[in-house]
Design a protein around this ligand. Structure first.
Ligand SMILES: N[C@@H](CCC(=O)N[C@@H](CS)C(=O)NCC(=O)O)C(=O)O
Length: 221
């Protein structure tokens, strides 16, 4: 199966990037310099008219959206158990993944790119400050999820739902806390998430992705 992942360092594309590497998939990482606006080039828009990463191309078919991409990876590499087979456990993992993707991520977009929501500079500052508070609350909620997972004796976030395997949730935990540090929210205060992130960063596949993307986990440190 041919696979190409279009990613930007430190962006949400880290999530499928981790799953592909952890599955041992043979894939071609394709760097998109979003800080230079490459996502708005005609060539990239032909691939994804929404001008976003990640994009996964398989055998010429283009897949966008993290929920769809990670489900495709999970089903293409079932031995990795990126999704539970039990229907209720699977629903729980997907419900949290959907929340991370449709709520937590857009909260950060309001902090990082407030200009997307209003051209008014003063309104942008208000939007940003308000969303920093919301994002901190969401990081607290994620910390509770990790605490719940660890309380079961598990090693991964989905252990909270009875599925103790690496999933997209873990890669999002790392990404969101790293983003929090960009927004001035000290990630070390979320002690369960922060300890979990150190363990994740030592996982060989995740370490490889961190190195390829040249990521610093805490930008406040
Ligand atoms: N819901 C989308 C979110 C994708 C997204 O927001 N990607 C960001 C990076 S984290 C992006 O490409 N931003 C470029 C831009 O908005 O110009 C998904 O799940 O793939």
């Amino acid at each position: 199966m041919s696979l190409q992942l279009y990613f930007a360092p430190g962006a949400c594309s880290f999530v499928p990037h981790v799953l592909l590497e952890a599955a041992g998939a043979a894939f071609e990482p394709k760097l998109v310099k979003i800080h230079k606006g490459e996502q708005y080039s005609e060539e990239y828009k032909a691939l994804n008219p929404k001008s976003q990463v990640p994009v996964l191309v398989t055998e010429g078919a283009v897949i966008t959206q993290i929920v769809a991409i990670t489900t495709f990876i999970a089903e293409s590499f079932p031995a990795a158990k990126f999704l539970p087979s039990d229907p209720l456990q699977k629903a729980r993992v997907l419900q949290t993944l959907a929340w991370m993707n449709n709520t937590v991520h857009p909260t950060f977009t309001h902090i990082f790119m407030p200009q997307k929501f209003t051209p008014d500079a003063a309104a942008q500052a208000t939007i940003k400050a308000h969303n920093v508070q919301l994002f901190a609350e969401q990081l607290r909620e994620i910390n509770s999820l990790v605490a719940q997972a660890k309380a079961t004796g598990g090693s991964y976030a989905a252990a909270a739902y009875g599925h103790d395997h690496l999933t997209a949730l873990d890669a999002y935990v790392l990404t969101f806390n790293r983003w929090g540090s960009i927004a001035g929210i000290d990630p070390t205060q979320f002690t369960h998430s922060w300890a979990h992130i150190q363990t994740l960063a030592a996982h060989p596949a995740i370490a490889k992705v961190i190195e390829r993307e040249r990521l610093q986990l805490n930008l406040m440190g």
